[in-house]
Design a protein around this ligand. Structure first.
Ligand code: HSE
Length: 306
């Protein structure tokens, strides 16, 4: 195989209470990447989008992953990559993870499946490190495994794929910029034992709810007394959207990754669309433009489309 085209989904990291350990793939939005294996060792990255991202491989999230793979396997050939991003960088919807995971997945497919899923995650984390300074895998893992994943440990990599409950995800991306590095900087470095115990209860409850397909348990576990109170200050209308969504029938939700996107889970498409409408109308009252996506949880993750 010399050429391949991928569809790489957006991901919602943290799932409210699982900071840096839980993540979920959705269907919308998604990036597209085309890869060609070339005979020369050069790595060429071309962005066919409007985000102005650097194309120099060592400065590009996908490029750095390919450089690491080429170096590790002492490859004599290189890659030509065309990236069409639809997941806006800095949205909190796993934009950098999509480029990083897509690069590892595409290279692996062209090289004849020489990498395991966890090895792909290992290489993709170099891309996350370039983007945010941290080797976190909570967006990359659901991209590669699909569905919902638990990062039991990023080092050594230990990923637990969880069940995919039959739920709808509504995500709103208000057009304000929140850099992951900044929204990590403002977090408290230590927490009380009382807060930790509450969080353990929520994480355990959420995972049990996911595994048992118990929507009510999922809903009452989507609480975060540690990260959300600090980060939500950066997101206009966060409290209002959360309150209105729950009144409209959402099981619960919160900040997607490091924000500014907000996501909500719902049992029916009708409720998910009602939430989408109220999200849009809430931002319409402000000067802030917003994009809203409704989709189911994506059980497959990255897909080869050609
Ligand atoms: N877990 C990371 C964070 C995700 O919340 O900072 C960043 O997309």
């Amino acid at each position: 195989m010399k050429k391949i085209k991928l569809r790489i989904p957006a991901t919602v990291a943290n799932l409210v209470c699982g900071f840096d350990i839980l993540g979920m793939a959705v269907h919308e939005p998604y990036d597209e990447m085309e890869f060609r294996l070339s005979d020369s060792p050069e790595i060429i990255i071309k962005h066919e989008d409007h985000f102005g991202l650097p194309e120099e491989p060592s400065q590009n999230v996908a490029g750095i992953v390919l450089l690491k793979i080429r170096e590790h396997f002492k490859l004599s050939h290189g890659f030509e990559v065309i990236i069409r991003k639809h997941i806006k960088p800095g949205s909190g919807l796993g934009s950098s993870a999509a480029s990083a995971a897509g690069a590892a997945f595409g290279a692996n497919a062209l090289l004849g499946n020489i990498l395991s899923k966890n090895e792909m995650i290992h290489f993709a984390m170099f891309g996350e490190e370039l983007a945010s300074g941290v080797r976190h895998a909570d967006n990359i893992a659901p991209c590669i495994y699909g569905g919902i994943t638990l990062v039991k440990s990023p080092n050594p990599i230990d990923i637990i794929p969880l069940n995919t409950p039959d739920l709808y995800v509504t995500a709103v991306h208000p057009q304000v910029e929140v850099k992951t590095s900044d929204s990590r900087q403002i977090l408290k470095k230590s927490i009380s034992l009382k807060s930790a115990v509450e969080q353990w209860g929520n994480i355990a409850g959420l995972i049990a709810g996911i595994q048992k397909n118990d929507s009510a348990l999922i809903g009452r576990s989507l609480n975060d007394g540690i990260i959300e109170p600090v980060r939500s200050i950066l997101i206009p209308k966060f409290d209002e959207i959360k309150m209105k969504s729950i009144e409209a029938g959402a099981l619960g939700g919160g900040i997607s990754g490091s924000g500014p996107s907000i996501f909500m889970l719902a049992e029916t498409k009708e409720t998910a669309e009602k939430i989408a409408e109220l999200m849009k109308s809430t931002y319409r009252e402000t000067e802030i433009e917003s994009f809203v996506y409704v989709s189911k949880i994506n059980p497959a993750g990255i897909r080869i489309v050609e």
